[in-house]
Ligand binder design. Sequence first.
Ligand SMILES: [Zn+2]
Length: 107
Amino acid sequence: MDLRKGDNVLVIKGRDRGKTGTVVAASPTTKQIKLEGLNVVKRHLRKSSRAGQPGGITEKIQPIPASKVMLICPNCHKPVRVGHKTVSNKKERICKKCQAIISYAKK
Ligand SMILES: [Zn+2]
């Protein structure tokens, strides 16, 4: 999986197809990502004094499979496929269209 937190992606499948969003969480083990403001579901929570929850309706981001999004190249601003290249012993992502190195967003 070539996506990290902070990447801009385009959703290509599902309910949010055609929308773009920023990755807020990425899980390489399950190959799923969460996008800011996309695939949000409302959860109706029962009030629970034991767990200290006030109850009510909260919004929760559901993860979507990383295969259903494409990375948007920060250089040519198009949804692109990602290649790899080793630059000074570091594995970097490159844009398949413009060959620019797409560095990972800093934390
Ligand atoms: Zn590009």
